[in-house]
Design a protein around this ligand. Structure first.
Ligand code: ARG
Length: 579
């Protein structure tokens, strides 16, 4: 709706420009907002105030000219001037009801992407396999998953790439330890963290061990069969730990999405050669570098992207260049989204620049780093265990489910234990995911069990509960959500407010897809749940005055339920029918 109003305003501006009322060459960003007080219309724009000065007119006079120049539109019943010169738009109630009817009849809920479908590569999760997944990987996994789901719903083709760290010097140490204690593969590897610590300890305490570790890296790189076998085994075990977490988190990642750093090993010499052929390489202290004029250090000198070390080894950036080339040339991506910690922002800006200059990616391919802030503890400090260690993801999820179990049990002492457990699982995991998704992606965020498990505020339990309230209306009625006859008629103020917000589902999802920001969907659902609540309070459904009104309200409730459910699923949460 906001988009179509923007479009109407643009047409009016064009007309006034042609008529000479407005000077040529104005290209204002047209802002349209939801109004707070619906008695003054549903949408407002400050465009007349913005352009009054360049037009040499009083804002209210320009506003009147704009209203006169606005094309007719079935969705708008009335436009008024308010205050210093705001344009207030009233939505046509019948047209709005029609739109909702159309959404109700459509499995896509009338959600479409305005542009052509794209092929989008999503780089997400991507933990380092040497260690167990920890809380640092939660955000990339969850946010990337939600954005992927939204893009798929909008009609894009999504290719997930789990760019795991399965190569590098740490593996020498791990292989040396496996060689020294072969039995450890079966026992200690069930706890990767423990295994890594034990290997690191040996590395630090014994020079012979450290030498052997370095030797094994070289052998591994040279393709030694036994080293490769141990390395493969190690990665398989580590990946199976990750997969367990993905399944438990209800994240759409499978082993087929794994394309780790090692997959690009054979490409790396070619990447360096190609950069050399393009004349982009400079040798600096024996290392091969691409210096970028646009990126400067504190002294004002250009910063390098190092692609090969003096000893011949390749780097993280080299692999990323190879991955970009693969995503362009083999996957034919239109768009690649990197869900990686904000602290890697510079790495990506520079790597994107090198890839473009070297022609590794086609011109139309969008490369976007979707950075995110750090997850901190409730005290605002980096998230750590009581003794200062990194928090294992698995422990965190266990605790979430445990806490959810106590809460749900307290609320429903009569539920049998199996159902209780199932609800607790959904609530606990959803709470962890939603707390992350609902925060602005780029800000740091505080992990707080009490807040995320609260039934009040913008939380998963609140939203899941709101959905069960809608479901319960139909349960009481003894009818399915799709079995309601009649038509939506919007009369009460609460019906109108709820309807107007439902109609913004598509626009919200398109914003999420464009910006890679699932918190926009969270705020939308939170709003929707609140509006449903006031509708439910003020507009009796099952005891409505007439049969027609009852049907209309049921249909409105049905569409709210469908929208909430679809929205929650797109966030990767599991809506419950009751809790
Ligand atoms: N493994 C890296 C890390 O844990 C993240 C990789 C992100 N993806 C990429 N294409 N660089 O920091």
């Amino acid at each position: 709706m906001k988009d179509s109003i923007r479009h109407l305003i643009q047409q009016a501006l064009d007309r006034l420009t042609t008529e000479g009322v407005l000077p040529a060459g104005l290209t204002p960003a047209i802002q349209v907002e939801n109004t707070r007080d619906k008695s003054h219309g549903d949408f407002a724009s400050n465009i007349a105030m913005m352009l009054a000065k360049p037009a040499g007119m009083k804002p209210r006079d320009l506003a009147q000219k704009l209203i006169d120049a606005l094309p007719q539109d079935a969705q708008i019943s009335q436009v008024e001037i308010a205050g210093p010169g705001f344009l207030n738009f009233f939505q046509n109630t019948d047209a709005l009801a029609e739109r909702l009817e159309a959404a109700l009849a459509d499995p896509q809920l009338s959600v479409r992407k305005p542009g052509a479908p794209q092929r989008v590569v999503i780089d997400l999760s991507s933990p380092n396999l040497a260690k167990e997944m920890h809380v640092g990987h939660l955000r990339s996994t969850i946010i990337g998953d939600a954005v992927g789901r939204v893009l798929e719903f909008l009609g894009d083709e999504v290719i997930r790439q789990n760019h795991v760290g399965d190569w590098g010097t740490q593996f020498g140490m791990l292989l040396a330890y496996l060689e020294e204690k072969p039995a450890a593969a079966e026992t200690e590897l069930s706890d990767l963290e423990q295994f890594y610590r034990a290997a690191k300890q040996r590395f630090d305490e014994s020079a012979t061990f450290a030498d052997r570790a370095r030797e094994l890296v070289v052998k591994l790189q040279a393709g030694d069969a036994e080293c490769l076998r141990l390395w493969t085994r190690f990665n398989e075990i580590s990946l199976s730990h990750c997969q367990k977490i993905y399944d438990r988190l209800n994240v759409k990642l499978t082993p087929a999405d794994v394309k780790g750093e090692s997959a690009y090993n054979a490409e790396l010499p070619g990447i360096v050669d190609a950069l050399c052929d393009k004349g982009l390489l400079t040798e600096d202290n024996g290392a091969q570098c691409v210096f970028l004029e646009d990126f400067k250090n504190a002294e004002g000198n250009p910063l390098p992207v190092i692609v090969q070390k003096a000893g011949g080894g390749y780097l993280y950036a080299t692999t990323d260049l190879a991955a970009m080339r693969y995503r362009s040339q083999a996957l034919h991506a239109d768009r690649v989204l990197y869900f990686v910690d904000q602290r890697q922002a510079l790495h990506f800006q520079m790597a994107f620049e090198v890839a473009r200059r070297a022609g590794f990616v086609h011109d139309g391919m969008q490369l976007e780093h979707m950075g995110f802030g750090t997850m901190n503890g409730a005290d605002g400090r980096p998230f750590k265990t009581r003794d200062g260690g990194t928090v294992k993801l698995i422990d965190l999820l266990d605790e979430a489910e445990q806490r959810a179990y106590s809460l749900v049990k307290e609320k429903n002492p009569d539920l049998d234990d199996a159902e209780l457990r199932q609800i607790a699982r959904a609530v606990g995991i959803s709470a962890v995911k939603y707390a992350d998704l609902s925060k602005h992606r780029t800000s740091d965020y505080r992990f707080n069990f009490e807040l995320m498990l609260s039934f009040e505020g913008n939380t998963a339990p609140y939203l899941l509960y709101a959905y069960t309230r809608v479901s319960s209306v139909f349960r009481k009625l003894g009818k399915g959500i799709d079995e309601i006859e009649g038509r939506i008629q919007l009369e009460a103020e609460q019906e109108l407010a709820l309807a107007a917000r439902i109609a913004q589902f598509g626009e919200t999802l398109n914003n999420v897809g464009e910006k890679g920001e699932p918190h926009l969907l969270c705020s939308y659902l939170y709003d929707l749940a609140g509006l449903f609540s006031s509708f439910y309070e003020h507009c009796p459904i099952l005891t409505a005055e007439t049969e027609q009104q009852k049907q209309s309200r049921l249909r409105l409730a049905a569409l709210t339920g469908k929208t909430l459910k679809q929205g929650l699923q797109l966030l990767g949460l599991e809506p419950l029918e009751r809790m």
